[in-house]
Write a protein that binds this ligand. Structure first.
Ligand SMILES: Cc1cc2nc3c(=O)[nH]c(=O)nc-3n(C[C@H](O)[C@H](O)[C@H](O)COP(=O)(O)OP(=O)(O)OC[C@H]3O[C@@H](n4cnc5c(N)ncnc54)[C@H](O)[C@@H]3O)c2cc1C
Length: 1011
């Protein structure tokens, strides 16, 4: 099933219910794009859902997640920063998205007692909790009672995806939930407690419409239950045929590359029926001219006669700190009906309509806009081809689902009768353009497959969809400003964005608001919120400067000539092609294009330390919804599906789900220069600084830089980092600049450089540099950086001093000598020593020899963090005697675990007996940080004597439901020799799981060196 509309979903469902094995390939990260993506979610008068699926889609929207109502009390007062109300209510108010606003703080273990009002059957208790630098919850233990006197134990749970769940059987009126704080954390932030029980039928707040999230959730769950394999964020781009030319499958393109799905029957629900056309179906003439275009928004101050007010009630927030001031009485859904010219069947022409709609309708009071306008492609498929069915677009979803259902049954019937073809190959369209370079796209399977099959693709070129001077891929936090910078500087610019609006994490990603960052120059002109205002600002600025924008498209590859990137491969809703430009700005935040072009990159390192992600619930009027879920590989379709599915299920009552995954850590290129954490600590200057970034240390994960094995900055200390131009130039590639989270930097400095104000300014600078390169006819590497700096000074981004700045490294010897003396005072100046290891090492070794007591331990620790084993015996003694130096900060790093991990950097085998003793201790089983440190260190040392203990630590787990602690243990076991192959089996299982970050580390470990 190629396409993700409601009709396509109905077809897939019907085929699966008729016994076929079905896969559906949807370009959006959800199904039902003709409804949820266009906000065409209402039933017209006289329309009645007449299929099973339609009835489900338009069923009552659950008002809240299945929770039963309750009151509660706690056995201790809530903490100062996040106090509960009196009487307590925040843990059952239906809000748990934002730790800043929706949490209750406890500094010690706390028991919350719930009263359900009467004895009812209960299925379980779920708690949503938050995890951050100094807050986390270790465990929840639940006991239940019918009378409040005799209690029965129900079980314990630890945190998974911010949630703890204890299943319960039987009835209860009272539930006591004991929340325990990990020893190394200061506090716990609880978000919500949900009692899973029958609380009566959900109240119908829908009437005759659905929320976008309702559509997405119902389609996902119904199809998944029927066994349909759903592929999100994948474009069906090519047809596969057998030796007789009969359809035999499709090729899908996504951010991870290009894969084949084989099938006996293909249903083509793409707007322009491109697969059917490739199969030889004849089509009617394209009807050029004005087309009916529908555009639905939620807005206050209705636009008058130009739009129809829809029979849909207002849903949204009325006003919070960063949100719109909403007058609920005036707020409504409006449908604009426009006639707009579509001169030809090209994607570029369709993309122009998308901008024209927004130009014509935006009125400043818009609270929520769709991903795309609704428009039926004006061309019909005339004749059928065996094995190929075409699902035409329909103006109304009920009709689409009806058609889909019928076609799905036909497809299943045809599949039953069809045989399996041989001689499979990708059908190549007749029209090819002259060669422009090599097309580079990843072609590996998404997960390891034994004996993978391959389908032949005859050599061919791709259609050229556009030619520009600068093409920016990703119109997010850094990308939209990059487009503005390039276009304002006079370059013919195109911005390609996957979402239906600009701004990335800072708009659709739920974070329309600044936190820290150096708000100067260009950034000062960007409205921080509300979401719609910010999105429109970017769009208008691009339009004013003459740039083109393509929404709903994914950059999936690169056009490369030698080492020179000359364009990008793009998957659009109308098909795949290339866009050529002498300079590409990769602003995907994940280096999608640079990596496809062959750039070296770093993502998951052996420490498996990754910043958390977030997928926001979106509500009209609300602009800022922060959150933390485990790290995501957001270019991996399997991970995206897992994430979207869990969010849809968890937030059944929500309005919509963001289409941008707000991940804090992604793939980073290896650039001409890699900014280091120590560069920020040491205030390093450069001759080619283009941004001065600033933030406190806002980390949502662990650190791995050796500095953090010694100490940790206080959370609120403000840091500054100069970002040199070389950080956005990928090593070995020309014609491409990489901005956003994918710039070349050590992951531990990213908390300082990743804030939106700084990423705006970085993107803007890259855009200007791209235009300068085009205009001077040089590669970006040869741009006159001083001229770029002068421009950035003029607009207030930088200070004059950058013009004369030099590299301030190496640091003067007297600073290093002073640091050797200072470092024994809570690791003061460790940043100087680690930055200058050549100079510092002999001085530290000498100081270590002379020192005694705690000073000796600290010198040994610093040396170990540099990989120098001189002081390992001292460290082992200190660990045995529990003599742990005090660091400047009480935060989680450093201390005992920091010492253990520093020993790992020395790879000194003398440490193994003590490490094994610790690993066998009861403490190591319960203390995640300790277990993690031991596993990492034992893995680094790689001594086979650790095998039995590591096997024991891994216990009965098999990698099919991996946890981080087990993953690190399995990696360590593998590196130590894995005598019986347990780790290899474990890692092979893990490498097939949906969690793309864990799967990657497993795969990397398996392909790395075993002892
Ligand atoms: C949960 C969270 C909370 C945060 N809180 C704050 C805060 O309060 N204040 C603050 O200043 N900073 C905050 N940050 C940091 C900041 O928002 C991010 O670091 C920054 O937005 C990242 O910018 P980017 O341009 O790299 O990525 P993005 O903003 O994600 O932009 C990337 C864009 O590229 C698009 N894209 C990706 N791949 C492709 C492709 N192949 N083809 C086409 N399009 C593609 C995406 O759809 C997206 O629009 C937060 C970050 C997160 C994740």
């Amino acid at each position: 099933m190629a396409g993700g509309s409601s009709g396509a979903a109905a077809a897939a469902l019907a085929a699966a219910r008729a016994g076929a094995k079905v896969a559906i390939v949807a370009p959006r990260p959800y199904l039902g794009d003709d409804m949820a993506g266009t906000l065409r979610l209402w039933l017209e008068e006289g329309e009645q859902p007449d299929t099973d699926l339609a009835r489900k889609v338009f069923a009552a929207i659950p008002e809240k997640m299945r929770g039963a109502p309750f009151t509660y009390k706690a056995d201790r007062p809530s903490g100062a920063i996040h106090k509960d109300t009196a009487p307590p209510s925040l843990l059952c108010d239906g809000n748990w998205e934002d730790p800043a606003r929706h949490s209750v703080q406890y500094e010690e273990n706390v028991t919350i007692e719930l009263d359900l009002g009467k004895v009812i059957p209960v299925r379980g208790v779920e708690a949503v909790v938050f995890k951050g630098r100094d807050y986390a919850v270790a465990r929840m233990t639940v006991v239940a009672s019918a009378d409040g006197k005799s209690w029965r134990p129900c079980g314990k749970a630890s945190v998974e995806d911010n949630t703890l769940r204890v299943p319960i059987t039987g009835e209860a009126r009272y539930l006591r939930c004991l929340f325990e704080k990990p020893a190394n954390m200061k506090r716990m932030l609880l978000g919500e407690i949900i009692v899973d029980a029958d609380s009566g039928p959900p109240k119908n707040i829908a009437g005759r419409f659905a929320y976008p999230l309702q559509v997405k959730r119902v389609l996902d769950q119904t199809l998944a239950e029927a066994g349909v394999e759903i592929w999100y964020s994948c474009y069906a781009t090519d047809l596969i045929t057998d030796a007789d030319g009969k359809p035999a499958g499709i090729v899908m393109d996504n951010r991870a590359g290009r894969q084949a799905i084989l099938a006996k029957v293909v249903i083509d629900a793409t707007p322009n029926a491109r697969l059917a056309q490739a199969a030889g179906a004849s089509v009617s003439e394209f009807r050029a001219g004005p087309q009916n275009v529908s555009w639905t928004v939620i807005a206050t101050n209705g636009p008058g006669a130009k739009a129809r007010k829809l029979p849909v009630g207002f849903v949204g927030v009325l006003q919070t700190k960063r949100d719109f001031a909403v007058d609920a009485a005036k707020t409504a859904w409006f449908e604009y009906s426009l006639k707009l010219e579509l001169p030809d069947p090209s994607w570029a022409a369709r993309a122009r309509i998308e901008q024209a709609v927004r130009d014509a309708t935006y009125n400043g009071s818009q609270l929520y806009s769709p991903e795309t306008a609704f428009l039926i492609f004006p061309q019909n498929v005339l004749s059928g081809v065996p094995g190929m069915l075409v699902l035409a677009e329909q103006a109304r979803p009920l009709a689409a689902m009806r058609d889909g259902e019928q076609l799905g049954s036909v497809a299943a019937e045809q599949a039953r009768k069809a045989g399996v073809g041989t001689g499979l190959r990708v059908a190549v369209p007749a029209a090819v353009s002259p060669s422009r370079g090599r097309i580079m796209e990843p072609l590996a399977p998404l997960r390891p497959v034994e004996n993978p099959k391959h389908v032949t693709q005859p050599e061919r070129d791709l259609p050229v969809l556009g030619e520009y001077e600068v093409v920016v891929v990703g119109g997010g936090t850094a990308g939209a400003p990059a487009g503005i910078g390039a276009a304002r500087r006079g370059a013919r610019t195109l911005v390609i964005e996957y979402a239906g609006g600009l701004g990335g994490v800072g708009t659709i990603g739920g974070i329309a608001g600044y936190y820290c960052g150096n708000r100067v120059g260009f950034t000062e002109t960007v409205p921080a919120s509300p979401t719609e205002v910010r999105m429109e600002w970017y769009r208008r600025e691009l339009r004013k400067a003459g740039a083109d924008i393509w929404f709903g498209c994914s950059g999936v590859g690169a056009v490369v000539d030698g080492h020179r990137v000359k364009g990008v491969v793009v998957a659009t809703p109308y098909g795949r092609g290339m866009v050529l430009a002498p300079v590409v700005v990769d602003a995907t935040g994940n280096a999608d294009i640079a990596i496809a072009a062959g750039a070296k990159y770093i993502f998951i390192e052996e420490d498996y330390a990754l910043q958390n992600s977030h997928v926001p619930l979106r509500t009209p009027g609300r602009s800022y919804v922060n959150g933390d879920i485990p790290a995501t590989d957001d270019a991996d379709p399997l991970h995206v599906r897992m994430l979207m599915r869990s969010k849809l299920a968890r937030h059944a009552h929500g309005f919509d789900l963001g289409t941008v995954i707000a991940s804090r850590e992604r793939r980073r290129i290896v650039g001409d220069f890699t900014l280091d954490w120590l560069d920020a600590m040491n205030q390093r200057t450069f001759p080619d600084t283009i941004v001065l970034a600033s933030s406190d240390y806002d980390s949502h994960g662990y650190q791995i830089h050796p500095y953090f094995l010694l100490t940790m900055p206080e959370r609120r200390t403000k840091f500054w980092a100069n970002i040199p131009y070389r950080c956005i130039l990928p090593q070995g590639l020309d014609g491409i600049l990489v901005v956003g989270l994918a710039m070349s930097a050590h992951r531990d400095v990213m908390p300082i450089t990743r804030m939106q104000p700084d990423q705006h300014n970085l993107g803007y600078a890259a855009g200007v540099a791209a235009a300068m390169a085009v205009q001077a006819n040089v590669t970006p590497r040869a741009v006159d950086v001083k001229a770029l700096q002068r421009h950035l000074i003029e607009i207030g981004n930088l200070k004059e001093s950058v013009l004369t700045d030099r590299d301030s490294y190496p640091l003067p010897p007297e600073r290093v000598r002073a640091a050797v003396a200072n470092v024994v005072h809570e690791y003061k100046d460790a940043e100087v020593l680690l930055a200058m290891p050549q100079m510092a090492r002999p001085l530290l070794q000498a100081a270590y020899q002379k020192a005694s007591g705690m000073n000796k331990i600290m010198y040994a620790h610093v040396l170990a963090a540099m990989g120098d084993p001189t002081g390992v015996p001292t460290l082992l003694e200190a660990l045995r005697d529990n003599k742990i130096p005090v660091a400047r900060s009480s935060r989680a790093n450093g201390g005992r675990c920091g010492m253990i991990r520093a020993i790992g950097l020395t790879r000194d085998r003398r440490a193994v007996p003590l490490l094994l003793e610790l690993a066998k201790s009861k403490e190591a089983r319960g203390d995640f940080q300790l277990r993690r440190s031991l596993a990492l260190t034992l893995g680094r040392i790689g001594d086979p004597s650790a095998i039995p203990v590591l096997v024991d630590m891994l216990g009965a787990t098999d990698g099919n439901s991996p946890t981080i602690a087990d993953l690190l243990t399995a990696c360590a076991l593998y590196r130590c020799g894995d005598a019986e192959g347990k780790a290899a089996r474990w890692l092979q299982n893990c490498a097939r799981q949906s969690d793309g970050t864990m799967a990657r580390l497993a795969q990397q470990t398996l392909s790395g060196k075993k002892r």
